[in-house]
Ligand binder design. Sequence first.
Ligand code: HEM
Ligand code: NAG
Ligand code: NAG
Ligand code: NAG
Length: 476
Amino acid sequence: MAVISLYLVFFVVLPAIVLIAHWSSRCRRLRLPPGSLGLPFVGETLQLISAYKTENPEPFIDERVSRFGSLFTTHVFGEPTVFSVDPETNRFIMQNEGKLFECSYPGSISNLLGKHSLLLMKGSLHKRMHSLTMSFANSSIIRDHLLVDIDRLIRLNLDSWSDRVLLMEEAKKITFELTMKQLMSFDPCEWTESLRKEYVLVIEGFFSVPLPIFSPTYRRAIKARTKVAEALSLVVKQRRKESELGEKRKDMLAALVASDDHGSFSDEEIVDFLVALLVAGYETTSTSMTLAVKFLTETPLALAQITEEHEQIRAKKGEGEALEWSDYKSMAFTQCVVNETLRIANIIGGIFRRTMTDINVKGYTIPKGWKVFASFRGVHLDHEYFKDARTFNPWRWQNNSGAACPANVFTPFGGGQRLCPGYELARVELSVFLHHLVTRFSWTPAGEDKLVFFPTTRTQKRYPINVQRRDRVQTM
Ligand code: HEM
Ligand SMILES: *[C@@H]1O[C@H](CO)[C@@H](O)[C@H](O)[C@H]1NC(C)=O
Ligand SMILES: *[C@@H]1O[C@H](CO)[C@@H](O)[C@H](O)[C@H]1NC(C)=O
Ligand SMILES: *[C@@H]1O[C@H](CO)[C@@H](O)[C@H](O)[C@H]1NC(C)=O
């Protein structure tokens, strides 16, 4: 007995004490940002989840910022994590992507995304693919190629609306149809709709935290991902044949299939890449459409003003005439509504990164290998940067005051090397959607529906509305 106890003391307890002492002295030496690690293992995860299930947009961060300041340590999702609600630090994190910080996703997410997804790529390959994606969705491409289909497909979707509409569902359909068109030139049909059904199952898998392996939702998602990948790889093969026969198209798939001096991509790489683009644009853009409508509905003055702006544009056009780039550029108040929606909704509340080395910031040290979370939402909702920050007030962006606000304060699309390549596309899609909605329909919410922030920002009931067709605006 005694021998065993002695053995335990020498080989288990003592080393453990030494290790802990070493760690805590290292931590003291390192001067971590202040904070609380909560309970063993779960840390403050449960507080975080329950906080974001309330209607208060920022309770978890508010409470800790007031106790510890805008840089604090907590422990969520199984790891100690430093939260930053400081615009300067957030910018520092984004600007040092790949040098001091790198993105890191749990294995369950990587399996769903596919290993060749842009979100998981690093280094020079990431740089090349990011700029390829940017050049496929930049403003001149949208103006010359994408806008005409955005206008047409949104009108087509709205044609079928009557009575009660689940806005979030329609917005998701629209977004998926637009992305299929932009990536591979498919118009909506039975095939795209059946692909979307599988794809919805994949998306559900992303939110089956925290123990995905045991979750039926997650297993179903992995199966659905295989089906989506099979369907897309048939498309890729077909396209390769076409391109050998000399047929040229002007979509994302064409750019991926065309080999260049850097070499060509395999089918698997292309499929992963397409899936990632579908994922990145789907929930985000459709949620921004839904929430813009919700905020406008709750702010009648703003709704009246945006309706007037679009009626003026419509009045200059013939029945069913498509929107042009100059029309988009003339939607001044709409751009205020878009910015304010993105600011208040915070569809991506912030970004997780991992430190690649010990990081000194604001007099603290974040140890190598730790997680950091740069909170965009915390900054967007801070009264120091936006007056009455928690009120939807699109007029605050008027007179180009948006251009005056420091670049690191308003970051709905992130920044640095991982700046969202869809930022302009999302703005155009949202604007065109609002144009057709307010000129063709009036609506009232069909019942109460409230915002929730976990696991994603959305409304609880997919925002049902009752719609009535408006008479066409009289042209002069
Ligand atoms: C309102 C709509 C959208 C919002 C709020 C949004 C927001 C963001 C944010 C914050 C990031 C940075 C993530 C990070 O740094 O880890 C990001 C990345 C990304 N977004 Fe978007 N996005 C939107 C729409 C779109 C659309 C329409 C596309 C499709 C082209 C898209 C494609 C991507 C891709 C591929 C990335 C990964 C970039 C990379 O890691 O290099 N997004 N988005
Ligand atoms: C957009 O990308 C295209 C290539 O796809 C490029 O030729 C063009 O110069 C880019 N335009 C802008 C404004 O960056
Ligand atoms: C913008 O300018 C108009 C007229 O010049 C003014 O009435 C309005 O208050 C200004 N808005 C903001 C947010 O500064
Ligand atoms: C909206 O925000 C962007 C920054 O993302 C800014 O460049 C633009 O000027 C803002 N628009 C308005 C109308 O303030």
